[in-house]
Design a protein around this ligand. Sequence first.
Ligand code: SF4
Length: 57
Amino acid sequence: MVTNFVELICTCCDFYKESDEELECGAFRILKILVERGLVSPRDIESAKNEVIKGQR
Ligand code: SF4
């Protein structure tokens, strides 16, 4: 079970600031719902996030 969606989703986002942790954009909310429904796994997000961080996407 994911307990920290900010850590999972936001830490590769160009808009991420630690002081804004209470803010949730639409993409964040959608991904959170998909994870909670079991339609996207945290591993899927980590994999995609690694591509973003490496500049592949
Ligand atoms: S809530 Fe959305 S815009 Fe804000 S840091 Fe997370 S992914 Fe980026």
